[in-house]
Design a binder for this molecule. Structure first.
Ligand SMILES: Cc1ncc(C[n+]2csc(CCOP(=O)(O)OP(=O)(O)O)c2C)c(N)n1
Ligand SMILES: [Mg+2]
Length: 608
């Protein structure tokens, strides 16, 4: 069987021009185990495979290049496995679909673990392919094949992947790829891992595999709510005087977004969103409470205390949020979630057990659509119209040192009316810096709290946004940027436009705040909080680090005037198809609101 024809519409034409074959590829029928795996990836219409190479999967590498012509999937070379997986993670955050990532036997997988954990906690689909030295010890080369073989390699990531497998034949490998892709993309989504035995990859097929209709192994699954539960929930929400919607994990689909707005308006419900996940509701809407934050804010706490019915749309950490109120929340609670299907005994990312009065085990967007249907013409009379207060954004002094808010102000003013996507925000960011009025205005955080996710996720998101007219902007902390800044090279190499603004406070500042708190609690000197935290002496020059990878570097920008000039030029670079990195020097300090919210999180967690 000849390899599946590639679908050019799936790939960006500029990206596609990179790394074309020096010699035309063979279009022979699949002859090796790895050809079968490659053929399956092509049949699934996986556009890209982000990878860092390794001998353990040299068979698959050859098949993608010399059997598939590096067409579909096309390889995206990465300088670190964490970046490869993070790029696939960012791609999924925009498209909702899995891309593939390939990592070398155990050692590559070790590097990839942080990004896999981030994607797991973020419930994002990725098909990860890895490999092992020959399982049959008689086939191993001395030394290297032995250290790159583990008895149960999948155990490295089993606790934070949906499924893993080590297929023992070409036929089993084909089925494993199909199952892994299907499971990854079925809600609740998550990464899956397939470990390909070098011998299975490199072994010759004794006979061609029987052909299959691939799509029949990918039955689309939408888990909707039962009519009975929807009716109950609609009645409860309509009867409520002060309903509240906690809008958590939802899709990037515009129709789903509109339905969420319709539901809130029909119920006259207040809505809150947060920065852990992608934008879920227009923050400028009068029903949206304040600004989205990572930690719970006072206005959300007040709304929870006041609400007589709370609808949680798979809100991340419902139990923790409710607990922040101090006593049991007075309102009835409706929880819509499928997340329980992923929970395991190892990772506590399932968070606390929330009190729930009505549980709807279904996808959030399907449930919102069903609720709207059940409410029909029974929309509630409106309470007096709320007026949304605009957050106060003060114009910074042109020549003074900047706070994060000043950096954001300048970025906002230079961006102007352009349609953009914030692919990542730094820890120093505060929700009130920016409004979100479209599902792609913001795609959420790293998921697992693993610093270093920002650059890779942003490159993957930028790849998915390429050609949509929406400019990707990543705001990364200096710590975050440095941990995986080599993703920049991949963006430059594959012509993926991206603007990165490094919120460079020259510190792992989040942890200075922690040291300050400990010092205060122990009555010890707070002034030493910077030790073991500051990234200075020498200061890192982000522009040079960018230039060293072929991107355009700007800065250091020490004040608003310098930043404004740099950003104007950087945006031109990005609009011309390039990658620009702007080093924005900001003071090591968080806004009072961010610091207060962090402090509240501490109290709840440590009883302090
Ligand atoms: C992989 C990883 N290492 C360490 C931490 C602990 N940590 C949490 S925030 C933070 C500082 C991040 O620095 P930066 O990105 O510069 O943001 P800033 O705190 O300075 O605003 C660190 C080290 C983490 N969460 N993840
Ligand atoms: Mg920092």
């Amino acid at each position: 069987m000849a390899p599946a024809k590639s679908n050019p519409a799936l790939k960006d034409p500029d990206v596609h021009k990179v790394e074309r074959l020096s010699t035309p590829y063979s279009t022979n029928a699949a002859a090796f185990g790895s050809d079968v795996v490659a053929e399956t990836l092509a049949a699934l219409e996986i556009p890209y495979i982000a990878l860092n190479p390794g001998a353990s999967y040299r068979g698959l590498h050859d098949s993608i290049v010399n059997f598939l012509g590096n067409e579909q999937p096309q390889m995206l070379l990465c300088l670190h496995e964490e970046a490869a997986v993070a790029i696939a993670h960012g791609y999924a955050k925009v498209t909702g679909k899995p891309m593939a990532a390939a990592v070398h036997s155990n050692v590559g997988l070790f590097h990839a673990t942080m990004a896999i954990f981030n994607a797991w906690c973020d419930r994002m689909p990725i098909l990860i392919l890895g490999a092992t030295g020959p399982v049959d010890a008689m086939k191993r080369r001395p030394w290297i094949d032995w250290i790159h073989t583990a008895a149960d390699q999948g155990a490295i990531v089993r606790n934070f992947t949906k499924w893993d497998d080590q297929p023992a034949s070409a036929g089993a490998a084909r089925e494993a790829v199909l199952r892994a892709y299907w499971l990854a993309s079925t809600s609740p989504c998550g990464p899956t891992y397939i470990n390909l035995d070098a011998e299975v990859q490199e072994g010759k097929l004794s006979a061609p595999l029987p052909s299959i209709e691939y799509q029949r192994y990918m039955p689309p699954v939408t888990t909707g709510p039962s009519a009975e539960l929807v009716k109950k929930a609609a009645d409860m929400l309509l009867a409520a005087k002060r309903p509240l919607i906690l809008a958590g994990r939802v899709s990037r689909n515009e129709e789903d977004w509109k339905r969420r707005v319709q539901l809130a308006e029909a119920l006259d419900a207040r809505v809150t969103t947060n920065l852990k996940v992608g934008a879920a509701f227009p923050t400028d809407h009068p029903l949206h409470i304040g600004s989205p934050a990572t930690f719970i804010t006072d206005d959300v706490l007040a709304a929870i205390k006041e609400a007589d019915c709370i609808l949680s749309l798979d809100w991340v950490d419902l139990a923790g949020t409710l607990k922040s109120v101090g006593s049991a929340p007075p309102g009835t609670i409706i929880q819509v979630s499928l997340d329980q299907n992923l929970h395991n005994g190892w990772s506590m990312d399932y968070e606390g057990l929330p009190p729930v009065d009505l549980f709807i085990p279904a996808e959030t967007d399907a449930t919102v659509a069903a609720l709207l249907g059940a409410i029909g013409g029974r929309a509630k009379p409106k309470r007096p119209a709320l007026v949304k207060e605009k957050p106060t954004r003060q114009k910074p002094d042109a020549n003074a040192q900047m706070m994060a808010a000043d950096m954001a102000y300048v970025l906002r003013s230079v961006v102007g009316d352009r349609t953009v996507c914030l692919t990542h925000v730094s820890l120093s960011w505060h929700g009130e810096f920016w409004s979100f009025n479209h599902p792609l205005d913001f795609i959420g955080s790293d998921g697992g709290g693993g610093v270093g996710g920002g650059p890779g996720i942003s490159v993957g998101a930028a790849l998915a946004l390429k050609g949509t007219g929406r400019m990707p902007i990543a705001v990364c902390g200096d710590g975050d940027f440095m941990m995986s800044c080599t993703s920049i090279w991949t963006a430059v190499h594959y012509r993926i436009p991206l603007l990165v603004v490094v919120a460079n406070n020259r510190s792992f500042y989040n942890d200075e705040v922690h040291q300050e708190r400990v010092a205060i609690a122990r009555n010890r000197p707070v002034d030493n909080k910077w030790i073991g935290q500051r990234i200075s002496d020498p200061d890192l020059d982000m522009a040079t680090i960018a230039r060293g990878q072929g991107a355009k570097g700007f800065g250091p920008c020490n004040n608003a005037a310098e930043l404004e000039k740099a950003l104007a030029e950087a945006i031109k670079v990005v609009e011309g198809g390039g990658v620009a990195v702007v080093d924005a020097r900001i003071l090591p300090s968080y806004s009072p609101a961010t610091a207060a919210a962090m402090a509240r999180g501490q109290k709840a967690d440590r009883g302090g």
